[in-house]
Design a protein around this ligand. Structure first.
Ligand SMILES: [Zn+2]
Length: 118
């Protein structure tokens, strides 16, 4: 048995996937890996921008609904500054608010034919 240092038993060799080492910055990526990472990041930014555009269109469409009951439901389930539902969807001390749009807003949007990003 090897000596124990700071409560951790030393082991000889632990296989670590290359992706983990790259993510941790422990090794330098190859030129090909660097290019792939840049393409992945650009694609991710594009998807996020498209999602935000669709969400903004849905926000505008939802804001135009004037039916009193729907308005009351949407006002209760408003989006807060952290993009979470400020409504009554959460319960209990350790529960977390759902992201906005919550399931209630999704139902209202679907009822009014308003598309939401997935
Ligand atoms: Zn809600």
């Amino acid at each position: 048995m090897r000596p124990i240092e700071f409560g951790v038993m030393r082991s000889g060799f632990v296989p670590v996937p290359r992706e983990v080492l790259l993510d941790a910055g422990a090794i330098e990526p190859t030129a090909e890996e660097r290019e792939q990472a840049e393409r992945d990041a650009a694609q991710s930014r594009k998807r996020q921008a498209e999602r935000e555009q669709r969400l903004e269109a849905a926000r505008r469409a939802l804001a135009e609904i004037s039916d009193p009951l729907t308005r009351a439901i949407l006002d209760l389930h408003a989006e807060d500054e952290r993009h979470e539902c400020a409504g009554d969807d959460f319960d209990g001390y350790e529960s977390e608010r759902p992201d906005w749009p919550c399931r209630t807003v999704e139902v209202v949007a679907a009822h009014h034919g308003i598309g939401l990003p997935s």
